[in-house]
Ligand binder design. Structure first.
Ligand SMILES: Nc1ncnc2c1ncn2[C@@H]1O[C@H](COP(=O)(O)OP(=O)(O)OP(=O)(O)O)[C@@H](O)[C@H]1O
Length: 252
């Protein structure tokens, strides 16, 4: 049930507070995140951008509970990830987070339909059939449901991965360079799909990308540089994002 408070206030799907991540130690230590505070609003599509090595993937992995912070805290909704033991963290990732990676990570022996519902089947429930039906239409895979991944193009495979990520209606879907293995047309399709899932199905997406054209599909872009949050941009366009990125190059 949706309460009046939830309906009227902007909920935060995920956030990190004072996030520091140090890889290694001593002389070789790398401070990949250097005190990041950022929140990702529910019902929005947010892109994380920044130069290579700025900490984008590290931020996503720590926010999604795939990696742990050295100090600071990461939350999914009100749940602080550092407070969870391994089992609870695994369950939270399974039940409340969806993932899309550059590699499609589909199971080759399963059909498209089986790949989409795999996480739900592993969790012991079939999910909501009406939701899955709607999702299949949004990703445009209705006529491919009984095909195997090898019979699909790269773009179609990534659309299956997107449907799988949303199948359990997670609080947030994290996407790490989801168009990195796709030609530009297929990439545009997948980005359009992520945008439609957010706007038509009230989902939340956080996407790491280095591509200004991809970032322009988001509602907002957050910019990282040297492990710090340096800017946020509402209603981005590819040109505005590109200009912002060029400013980093001039500075460094
Ligand atoms: N497992 C690791 N061990 C040691 N250093 C790491 C590790 N993962 C990342 N780093 C370092 O942390 C910094 C941030 O890396 P990260 O991958 O988060 O950046 P990024 O912005 O996603 O980069 P790219 O756009 O090139 O993928 C880099 O200096 C990187 O070399």
């Amino acid at each position: 049930m949706t309460t009046a408070t939830e309906a009227t206030s902007v909920r935060t799907a995920a956030r990190v507070v004072g996030a520091v991540k140090v890889y290694g130690s001593g002389d070789t230590a790398v401070r990949a995140l250097d005190g990041v505070d950022v929140d990702f609003a529910a019902g929005r599509f947010t892109a994380i951008m920044g130069p290579s090595g700025s900490g984008k993937s590290t931020l996503m992995h720590c926010a999604a509970g795939l990696d742990t912070l050295t100090s600071g805290a990461a939350y999914i909704g009100d749940t602080e990830l550092g407070s969870l033991d391994d089992r609870r963290l695994t369950l939270l990732r399974r039940d409340r987070i969806g993932f899309v990676f550059q590699a499609f990570n589909l199971v080759p022996t399963l059909t498209v339909a089986e790949n989409i519902t795999l996480p739900l089947d592993l969790a012991g429930g079939g999910g909501d059939p009406e939701w899955i039906e709607a999702l299949v239409d949004v990703v445009g895979l209705r006529d491919r449901l009984h095909h195997r991944p090898s019979e699909l193009s790269g773009g179609q495979q990534q659309r299956v991965a997107v449907a799988r990520a949303f199948a359990g209606r997670p609080d947030v879907v994290f996407a790490d360079e989801p168009t990195g293995n796709l030609d530009s047309r297929s990439g545009q399709e997948v980005l359009g799909l992520l945008g439609r899932a957010v706007r038509q199905m009230n989902r939340t997406v956080v996407m790491v990308t280095h591509d200004p054209v991809a970032a322009a599909h988001a509602d907002e872009v957050v910019f990282l540089a040297d492990g710090r949050l340096v800017d946020r941009m509402e209603a981005p366009t590819a040109d505005l994002v590109l200009d912002r990125m060029k400013a980093f190059e001039v500075r460094s």
